[in-house]
Design a protein around this ligand. Structure first.
Ligand code: GUN
Ligand code: FE
Length: 450
């Protein structure tokens, strides 16, 4: 079943079985163009990165020895302020980010931007031009440790958030609906930088406009302690009171949620952006991922540039599996793997591990579901958002990039794709395997592998 056809607006219209000639499978990416899937390659929906700070791409891989709140002061706020003050720099950073996203097979991304509205319009137009599906979040923050990097009142912040929504809509309006790739998203940075007045106003704005919401929830020890001390309650309750936990909300991290908060998150229909690499640095706890899935929470994967140092969602998949396996190992050893009240939880007998196929779901459809997008799946009516991954040379059986199949190479040209071969790609593959990519039927990054 490799013959897929999309209509001129980039949606899949029907499927046909592959011909008996195994050397060819044809895919039509629009009525007027066709693509032949070479043997030795497979198609996967594009990745969805559910949490990435676009301005922090400027300094990815820097200063990760610091705890979260210090790192934000030393690096994040400074870099974001610099980008807000220099639109040429912003454009250069965002264009390079778009190139890297395409190189890594990311076709949809939920972005944190900066405070200034105009800089976020630069980000939106760069993503739209690059052909990447992007939800762009103008930061809302009326409290800051950096007096030059803040909004000056809740009302000014709310006015700017609303103006940003209107400006993105104006940017998209001239385009036919299928070409509108960018949406605005309300983005209270996290509780420590937002007054209750601002949070409540954003909750009302989202209810009125239907615009999505993203933030950071229960991320790190220093952060949760700060909130409890300053507000007298946990992050969760602060967001809940402001009506910011909705089915339109994506919360990053959530490593410090209690089991009952996790169940309430599921009841609200709020999704989690799981960022296992950045959690390894900033959160002393691991996300109770299996428990969150059992509770019915929708989960996608985020790179969290620059709390995570890589924009490659494949890294997030590998870290998610590794961290879950270590939790499972700790459970078998009888260690307490969750918050204290979790010690006798209902899942004490449940395997807490995650397999690589589950991580592939979270990296594609899981993220798309969290964002209410139709992509992340190959089905009739879905947009054609796809990546083509070449794993071996069909003539020799020799692996592409970092892949070796020494025990499988026959040399007679009859090696076929199997789950085993795809698993090897999941473990070892990189951008050298990615020969093609489309978003809404538009071809983005094409390379020839020799
Ligand atoms: N919490 C608030 N802001 C940030 C940020 O920029 N990065 C991360 N990882 N956590 C945050
Ligand atoms: Fe983050």
């Amino acid at each position: 079943m490799l013959y897929r056809v999309t209509d001129p607006t980039g949606h899949i219209t029907h499927f046909e079985s592959a011909s008996s000639d195994r050397s060819k499978a044809i895919i039509a990416v629009s009525i007027s163009s066709t693509f032949t899937i070479p043997r030795g390659s497979f198609m996967l929906p594009t990745f969805c990165d559910l949490h990435l700070h676009a301005p922090q791409f400027l300094y990815q891989g820097t200063g990760l020895h610091l705890p979260l709140m210090k790192w934000l002061d030393e690096y994040a706020f400074k870099a974001e302020e610099r980008i807000d003050g220099d639109h040429d720099l912003a454009r250069r950073v965002y264009q390079r980010l778009a190139e890297r996203l395409i190189e890594n097979g990311t076709g949809a991304v939920l972005l944190f931007g900066t405070i200034k509205e105009e800089t976020n319009l630069v980000l939106a137009s760069v993503m739209q031009q690059a052909g990447i599906r992007a939800l762009v979040g103008k930061l809302s923050m009326d409290i800051s440790t950096r007096p030059t990097y803040t909004e000056h009142s809740a009302s000014a912040s709310l006015a700017s958030a609303e103006s940003f929504i209107n400006n993105i809509e104006a940017l998209m309006a001239p385009l036919p609906p299928h070409q509108r790739l960018v949406q605005p998203v309300l983005t209270p940075r996290f509780v420590p930088t937002c007054s209750n007045e601002l949070l409540e106003g954003l909750g009302q704005l989202s209810a009125r406009t239907g615009v999505m919401i993203q933030s950071h929830l229960a991320e790190a020890r220093d952060e949760v302690d700060w909130v409890r001390q300053e507000r007298g309650i946990d992050d969760f309750e602060v967001f809940e009171k402001a009506n910011l936990l909705t089915p339109r909300t994506v919360q990053a991290h959530c490593t410090y949620l209690t089991p009952s908060e996790m169940s309430r998150l599921a009841e609200h229909g709020t999704s989690i952006a799981h960022c296992p690499l950045s959690n390894a640095y900033f959160s002393a706890r691991r996300l109770p991922l299996r428990e969150a899935l059992h509770a019915g929470v929708k989960i996608g994967l985020g790179t969290d540039i620059a709390g995570g140092y890589s924009a490659n969602v494949m890294g997030s998949m590998r870290w998610a599996v590794g961290v879950a396996r270590m939790r499972e190992g700790a459970r078998i050893e009888g260690e307490n793997v969750g918050p204290k009240e979790d010690a006798e939880n209902a899942h004490a007998e449940t395997n807490l591990g995650l397999d690589w196929l589950e991580s592939m779901y979270m990296a594609t459809r899981g993220g798309a579901e969290a964002l209410g997008l139709e992509c992340g799946v190959f089905k009739v009516g879905a947009p054609f958002d796809a990546q083509c991954l070449k794993l071996f040379d069909p003539e020799t059986g020799r692996g592409v990039g970092a892949l070796d199949f020494l025990d499988l190479e026959s040399g007679s040209g009859d090696m076929t794709l199997s789950l085993e071969i795809v698993e090897k790609w999941w473990c070892l593959g990189d951008s050298r395997n990615r020969t093609d990519m489309w978003v809404q039927g538009r071809r983005l990054g094409q390379k020839t592998i020799v």
